[in-house]
Design a protein around this ligand. Structure first.
Ligand code: R2B
Ligand code: URA
Length: 304
């Protein structure tokens, strides 16, 4: 069974679940928010940009950075974790920007996205752009390069996300918004100090065997087989590998959210498996997608 992407002429977020209307209260358990306990339209109704990324610390730093970029940061001011009552995810606000962590892998990002998308729906948000900013392994590209995903593909290089529902496999499209990807690439031209490119992103269920690494606790293939697989991925258009993009693209697409994935490559997987760069270098790499997204948001808000 294949499902198609959702469109909403009103700019509202589409939740495709008839049961939600019948519920008296919706508890967003992992976010520690709810429709009865919180005034979601007042708290979130004016959100226009949602940025998600794996690590709580990085998403906090991003919110602080965005507050400075938007001229909202008072001296010594800190950002508060909106999901402070839950230690699963962290959420921060910077004006019209929401910054949320999603943990590692598809199950973790899926749970967060179900609750985030319902939150945006309950809050009656309109015209929201959602961007995953993350890290990845590069493929045939220089470490530190930033990849804007045109299509998220699975480990067979197919643009699909398979979700098991009641024991059946449901296949979902992983197309992302091409116009948004081009708009982001155009913004990158104003940031010349690192390379940015558009390419396919391969999403896997594992960091080690699933990404063809030779350095996990288990490995049953040779170095030649690994390189043959990674070169096939490169020939199929894959320029980086990470662990959330197919589920992110599928869920956001079905719910009518314009979505993009922007990840920095921490290494070139054709050259090795271990991430050897220093903490300082890695921290600077992780700021690159943030700088690009800040430039994009500032441009969208007319703050050149
Ligand atoms: C990128 O980095 C993490 C693994 O180190 C994973 O969440 C991903 O997609
Ligand atoms: N994240 C991944 O998923 N893979 C890498 O190689 C690096 C970061």
């Amino acid at each position: 069974m294949t499902e198609t992407t959702g469109y909403s002429g009103s700019g509202l977020v589409l939740v495709k679940n008839p049961h939600l209307d019948l519920m008296e209260e919706d508890i967003l358990y992992h976010l520690d928010l709810g429709t009865k306990t919180h005034n979601l339209p007042a708290m979130f109704g004016d959100i226009k940009f949602v940025c998600v990324g794996g690590s709580p610390r990085r998403m906090r730093a991003f919110a602080q950075f965005m507050r400075r970029e938007l001229g909202l940061a008072g001296p010594g001011e800190d950002v508060a974790d909106i999901c402070g009552g839950s230690d699963r995810y962290a959420m921060y606000r910077a004006g019209p920007v929401l910054s949320i962590s999603h943990g590692m892998g598809i199950p973790s990002i899926s749970i967060m996205l179900h609750e985030l998308i319902k939150l945006l729906h309950h809050a009656k948000c309109r015209d929201v752009t959602i961007i995953r900013i993350g890290t990845s392994g590069g493929l045939g590209i220089e470490a530190g390069s930033v990849v804007i995903t045109d299509t998220a593909v699975d480990s067979s290089f197919q643009p699909r996300f398979e979700q098991v529902v009641l024991g059946d496999v449901v296949v979902r499209s992983t197309e992302l918004d091409k116009g948004l990807a081009e708009e982001l690439l155009a913004c990158s031209r104003d940031i010349p100090d690192f390379p940015t490119l558009i390419g396919h992103t391969m999403c896997t269920y594992d960091f080690y065997e699933g990404q063809g690494r030779l350095d996990g606790a288990l490995c049953s293939f040779s170095s030649e087989k690994k390189l043959e697989y990674l070169r096939r991925a490169y020939d199929a258009g894959v320029r980086n590998i990470e662990m959330e993009s197919t589920a992110f693209a599928a869920l956001c697409g079905l719910c009518g959210l314009k979505a993009a994935v922007v990840c920095v490559a921490l290494l070139d997987r054709l050259e090795g498996d271990q991430i050897r760069a220093s903490h300082e270098v890695l921290w600077e790499y992780q700021q690159r997608p943030q700088r690009l997204i800040a430039a994009f948001i500032r441009k969208r808000l007319g703050l050149f």
